[in-house]
Write a protein that binds this ligand. Structure first.
Ligand code: NDP
Length: 323
């Protein structure tokens, strides 16, 4: 039987649970295509799946996104043919080939490389839905973005600048501060050495921010609430430092705050929603509003090292795997 390489999780845990293995080639069925992956996007969520923070039925092939070409189509599939250039958001992408439901596959035009498509994917869609739906950013707003030099963070900086907001980013190093500035942050605070609340008050004349976008979680949550302006919105979209502890809803009454905990997948539940958000993100890319910043491309066989790197806070922007 012909086999392909894939990164499999048989039991959850540390990076040693990432197994580089031979698996049977996937086949296309009704409503699916098989994609030959050229580049695979790494997302922080992959670490949550590996550790079991977000449980998946075991065993599974890790990964949520890839870009590549269609290599086989299911018997009833009319919208795709072998050779189509596509990007995919779904499951089992840390592999040479992935069977994908057609509803989660999007064609890419010839001017978008596979590398770029895999690099914008989930992170740009997440960032754009955050600033259009979760908290619609307005011209003149002050927006606080945690982990501003990360994958989602850099794109949020670019998008908030485009929307006319004053961007305040938090980061852990001077190098990350410089990168966040280059990508649209007007102010950058090192949240490992500086008093973020005092700095935000200084910048905003004591008023705080209309929108706070927090993908760091446990270590920043209290800071996020303190940095929000009266009537402001605090959007919690991730847990890079750990899960946000339970809060008493009454604390929100101190400033009439709104809080929200969105996921990208609940903004893209239908073909129509998916096409709308992909369409807008590709337009931002074509206009030069968003640019990819690729930290490193790892061999698929080195997926373990990519997880060590992203979890150790040394990466910036996007990490990719190449089968
Ligand atoms: P990043 O590239 O942003 O990596 C995480 C960053 O978080 C690090 O670089 C680091 O930046 C910061 N960080 C702060 N504390 C810690 C810690 N204790 N351990 C590790 N990192 C820490 O990853 P992504 O762009 O892929 O994702 C960013 C966040 O967005 C994640 O929480 C992810 O789960 C979330 N997300 C949510 C989605 C949704 O649908 N809700 C979809 C996509 C992503 P620094 O060194 O500057 O502190």
């Amino acid at each position: 039987m012909a086999t392909m390489k894939a990164v499999v999780v048989e039991e959850t845990g540390g990076v040693d649970k990432l197994l580089y293995k031979d698996l049977p080639f996937p086949e296309a069925h009704e409503g699916t295509v098989v994609i030959k992956n050229h580049f695979i996007g790494i997302n922080y969520i992959d670490t949550y799946h590996r550790t079991g923070l977000y449980p998946l039925p075991l065993p599974f092939v890790l990964g949520r996104e890839s870009a590549g070409e269609v290599s086989a189509v299911g018997p009833d599939v009319k919208d795709f043919k072998v050779g189509d250039r596509v990007v995919y958001i779904g499951g089992s992408t840390y592999s040479e080939y992935t069977e994908a439901k057609v509803g989660a596959v999007e064609k890419i035009t010839n001017d978008v490389s596979y590398e770029t498509a895999a690099a914008i994917g989930i992170q740009a869609l997440t960032a754009w839905t955050l600033v259009r739906e979760s908290y619609p950013v307005k011209k003149g707003d002050h927006i606080l973005i945690h982990a501003a030099a990360g994958g989602v963070g850099l794109l949020l900086c670019q998008m908030c600048r485009y929307l006319g907001a004053t961007v305040i980013g938090t980061v852990s190093t001077a190098e990350k501060a410089a990168l966040a500035r280059e990508n649209g942050a007007d102010y950058v605070i090192n949240y490992t050495t500086e008093d973020v609340v005092a700095k935000v008050n200084e910048i905003t004349g004591g008023l705080g921010c209309q929108g706070v976008l927090d993908g760091v979680g446990k270590s920043t949550w209290d800071i996020s609430l303190q940095c929000a302006r009266r009537l402001g919105s605090v959007i919690s979209f991730g847990n890079a430092s750990g899960v946000v502890p339970p809060i008493s809803i009454a604390t929100l009454a101190q400033k009439n705050l709104k809080i929200m905990r969105p996921t990208l997948f609940n903004y893209m539940t239908s073909r129509e929603e998916s096409q709308k958000w992909w369409g807008e993100v590709f337009e931002l890319l074509a206009k030069g509003v968003i640019k990819t910043h690729i930290y490193k491309i790892y061999d698929l066989a080195d997926a373990k090292q990519s997880h060590i790197d992203i979890e150790s806070r040394k990466t910036t922007g996007k990490l990719l795997l190449k089968p």
